[in-house]
Design a binder for this molecule. Structure first.
Ligand code: GDP
Ligand code: IMO
Ligand code: MG
Length: 420
């Protein structure tokens, strides 16, 4: 089983690249996160954003699995299904859901919103999809799972957990009732959509595929710097986003992992709160946001933009055991005279090459400077035709990270991809 995951703060272009790589695989499986993810695919002039469903779904002959490590909001799932069935995809044949995946309840969303509101200025900047409260219930051993949906006592279990949540919600100074009631009505209806799909023991199925040499690609959500253990805590998501999570989130043993594709943008972005050492709150950041259309695929929020950060990337590569790099959005860097890469942190209180426990505002990124390029990259199809300045930029990154860049993405469309 190969794994593809983000090395930064999410939105590296995982959706696009999984779609590009899908022809090489038989099965695509999501292993963590939930509808906080927004994975964008573009082809034939159309754009699709997936939140829960794996990004191999536009290849009808491939199997797509939502693994046990994923948290599912049936209403968001229903909306995704409706859109995809609307373009003629017959999903019940090739989309399977793990019996052990946890359910996001309407009250999980309300708790997420109440908790963020109570944090005020120190809020995480959550997507407010109920991710944190759902994983809390999972580890707290209170959660409801997809397998519960088809059991006769589901309504009773649902009511009991909802009751617990309501008593928690009452402790917040937060007006949740109207939105909760509206959401709940639709949510309860959407449970029927879940039942239309094959609910499977995904760990058995995936291991049987692997025993038969059927090729599986595990698709990560979020990015390494949002990992609950290794990210910039507490400004992180509530799941492990690193490679090891593909084992937990699918029930696959570590020794079965083959290639680990680490994906990063040619620069850096972050959406939500939290430290971002190379952030450019200036014209450079504006230019990156504008050129890269850096607005969240799930929330529409503007993404914070900055230069590439080698300290962070080296950390991510170490944690994930990355064997191949994929660099996206090279085209967005067109037009800069000079491009910077952060190679060290000064005054972090930690050795400069180490990602610190806490990133303080006194930390100063040290940069190396590179010549920019002015060429339109979108029509380039081979590595050798790329501008020399860009080859120099990628060469420096490879030397520093000691992992080869195998794919360079030069536009959002499926076709705008250079495979070395
Ligand atoms: P994901 O969460 O990692 O799947 O990434 P998102 O879909 O949230 O964000 C990536 C955005 O960049 C999407 O709008 C993609 O269509 C777009 N994108 C992906 N690769 C490229 C690229 O090489 N160039 C440009 N300009 N856009 C890209
Ligand atoms: P994809 O898969 C970028 C961020 C949120 C917030 C923090 C916690 O599209 O790359 P949560 O909703 O999990 O409680 O939010 O994590 N975040 C993401 N940022 N891409 C994502 O997913 C993200 N999923 C969560 O903005 O800062
Ligand atoms: Mg995204």
């Amino acid at each position: 089983m190969d794994v593809l995951l983000g090395l930064q703060w999410g939105d590296e272009g995982k959706g696009k690249i999984v779609d590009v790589l899908t022809p090489k695989y038989d099965v695509i499986a999501r292993f963590q996160g939930g509808p906080n993810a927004g994975h964008t695919l573009e082809f034939d002039g159309n754009k699709y954003v997936l939140h829960t469903i794996p990004s191999g779904i536009h290849h009808p002959e491939k199997i797509n699995i939502i693994g046990n490590g994923v948290v599912i909001d049936p209403l968001i799932f229903y909306k995704e299904i409706k859109e995809l069935e609307g373009i003629g995809l017959q999903l019940t044949k090739n989309l399977f859901i793990s019996r052990k995946a946890h359910l996001i309840l309407p009250t999980h969303r309300a708790l997420d919103a109440a908790s963020e509101a109570a944090k005020g200025k120190t809020k995480i900047g959550s997507t407010l999809k109920g991710i944190g409260p759902t994983y809390m219930d999972k580890t707290g051993r209170n959660g409801l799972r997809i397998g519960d949906v088809v059991n006769p006592d589901f309504q009773e279990k649902y009511k009991n957990l909802k009751k617990k949540h309501i008593s928690l919600l009452r402790q917040f100074d937060y007006d949740y009732e109207e939105e909760l009631n509206n959401y709940e009505r639709l949510w309860l209806d959407s449970i029927e959509t879940i039942k239309r799909f094959r609910i499977i023991d995904s760990e058995y199925l995936i291991n049987s595929y692997l025993n038969e040499d059927i090729a599986v690609l595990a698709e990560g959500a979020q990015g390494t710097l949002l990992d609950i253990d290794f990210g910039s805590y507490p400004f992180v998501t509530s799941s492990n986003t690193v490679c090891a999570s593909a084992c937990n989130g699918l029930g696959v043993a570590p020794g079965r992992i083959g290639e680990v594709y680490g994906i990063f943008k040619a620069y850096a972005t972050r959406v939500g709160s939290g430290p971002f050492p190379t952030e450019q709150i200036n014209d450079i950041g504006e230019q990156l946001r504008k050129n890269g259309n850096e607005f969240g695929a799930t929330t529409g929020r503007p993404r914070r933009c900055g230069w590439l950060d080698m300290v962070a990337l080296k950390y991510s590569i170490m944690l994930n055991g990355v064997t191949q790099l994929i660099m996206t959005k090279a085209d967005v860097m067109t037009g800069f005279d000079k491009i910077m890469i952060c190679t060290n942190y000064k005054d972090s209180g930690f050795p400069g090459s180490q990602f610190p426990f806490e990133i303080s505002t006194s930390l100063k990124p040290e940069y190396s400077e590179f010549q920019g390029w002015q060429n339109d990259l979108s029509r380039i199809t081979t590595f050798s035709d790329l501008p020399e300045q860009l080859k120099h930029y990628t060469g420096f990154i490879e030397d520093e990270l000691k992992v080869p860049i195998q794919i360079i993405s030069v536009g959002p469309d499926r076709s705008e991809t250079i495979i070395k």
